[in-house]
Structure formats: structure tokens, C-alpha cells
Design a protein around this ligand. Structure first.
Ligand code: IMP
Length: 194
């Protein structure tokens, strides 16, 4: 079976991605012995995804993909966006980020938001990008314990519950990462003739 490394240490993400890919042997950074934290210094999802994928490719020589993702809120001028992981500052803390977003949205009428994911894939030495978005609205209070990050307040379009309450299966079907991962999997299937 073809091997593919996921350039991430985020357990929530790895769990979600593993559930979406069947016919590839997925390796985590732990599996390949890569222990460094890779900085995400850029202001675009593409550049941050690329630096992660390329760093791990140089280390391992294997096919690898990285995603960079975040939540974009029009009422906040697009923030937290590419800085979603550090919205409440360092050290990176999902719970504090969520509390800050709830607070920053307290008096906002426009509660629309969308998650965005960019995947950078290094496949046989070539670099490819895949994109996914998931649109919805932000609840004023958190509900549910599923997913991770901002999920307890994110209500996807067409639903009345947050990603914190909806099942992992539903989230994978709708999510930005699900859309991008499926595009990548289709591409890889073509490449390997699966
Ligand atoms: P990065 O892609 O590792 O830089 O981090 C993305 C950050 O965006 C996460 O730490 C979360 O704060 C947020 N995020 C991205 N995708 C999701 C998601 O599916 N649910 C909740 N939060 C997410």
C-alpha cells in the first residue's frame, strides 16, 4: 500500500483525516520520528501548509501532506483566519481561543463565519494544493464536546446544531478539511490508478 505522511501533531485533525482515507497507509509525525515543532510564520494558508509539507518531505523523503486551516469571520475583518491557532496569544490554547471569539462576537449582528483549509501535498517530488471551505454561523454560547477548536460554536449551513454536537461522520462530510482531503484522495487515486 502507498504510504503518506500527515505533517501534523494535532490529534483532533489526525483522527478526522484517518477516518476519511481508506486505501493509503497513513503515517503520523510520531510514526516517522519527527519531533520538531514547525513554525507557521506566514500570513497565507498556502505558505504555511507548504512550509510544513516541505520540511517533513526533506526530513523523510516520503510523500507527505500538510494542511493549514482556520476560521474566518467577516464581522471581524476575516480574523482569526490564518492566525486561528494563536488567536488568544501564546501558548496555543484552543479553549482560550474559543472564549476570545465568543467575547469578540458578543455585540455582532453578522454572525456568519467559514472554516477554510488548504492542503499542500508533496507527491513524488511535485507540489500540489487542494482547498476546502465550510460556511455557517457562530452561536453565542458553546454547546457539545465533539470536534475541536471552535467547533462548539460553529453551526454549519443547513443544520441547527454546532459541530460540537454533530457526529464526527457529519462533520467529515461537511467540513473544510473533508472537502480538501477528498479532493486530494481523488488526485492520489488517479496517480496510483486505484
Ligand atoms: P493549524 O491548521 O494547525 O494552523 O491550526 C488551525 C486552527 O484553526 C486550529 O488550531 C483551530 O483553532 C482552528 N480550526 C481549524 N480547523 C478546525 C476545525 O475543524 N474545527 C475547529 N477549529 C478548527
Amino acid at each position: 500500500m502507498e504510504e503518506l505522511v500527515i505533517a501534523s501533531n494535532n490529534k483532533g485533525k489526525i483522527r478526522e483525516i484517518k477516518a476519511m482515507i481508506n486505501n493509503l497507509s497513513l503515517l503520523s509525525l510520531n510514526d516517522i520520528g519527527f519531533t520538531d515543532e514547525i513554525a507557521e510564520p506566514y500570513d497565507t494558508f498556502n505558505e504555511n501548509a507548504a512550509v510544513k509539507a516541505e520540511t517533513v518531505h526533506k526530513y523523510s523523503g516520503k510523500n507527505v501532506f500538510a494542511d493549514d486551516s482556520g476560521i474566518c469571520v467577516p464581522a471581524l475583518g476575516g480574523k482569526p483566519g490564518v492566525h486561528s491557532a494563536y488567536y488568544a496569544g501564546l501558548p496555543r490554547d484552543n479553549e482560550r481561543n474559543l472564549e476570545k471569539l465568543i467575547e469578540d462576537m458578543r455585540d455582532k449582528e453578522d454572525r456568519s463565519a467559514y472554516y477554510k483549509a488548504i492542503i499542500c501535498l508533496v507527491w513524488n517530488g511535485q507540489t500540489y494544493y487542494f482547498e476546502g471551505e465550510c460556511h455557517g454561523t457562530l452561536a453565542t454560547q458553546k454547546t457539545g464536546t465533539g470536534g475541536f477548536g471552535y467547533d462548539p460554536i460553529f453551526i454549519p449551513e443547513g443544520y441547527s446544531h454546532t459541530f460540537g454536537e454533530l457526529s464526527q461522520e457529519v462533520k467529515n462530510k461537511l467540513s473544510h478539511r473533508g472537502v480538501a482531503v477528498r479532493k486530494m484522495v481523488e488526485f492520489i487515486k488517479q496517480q496510483i490508478g486505484a
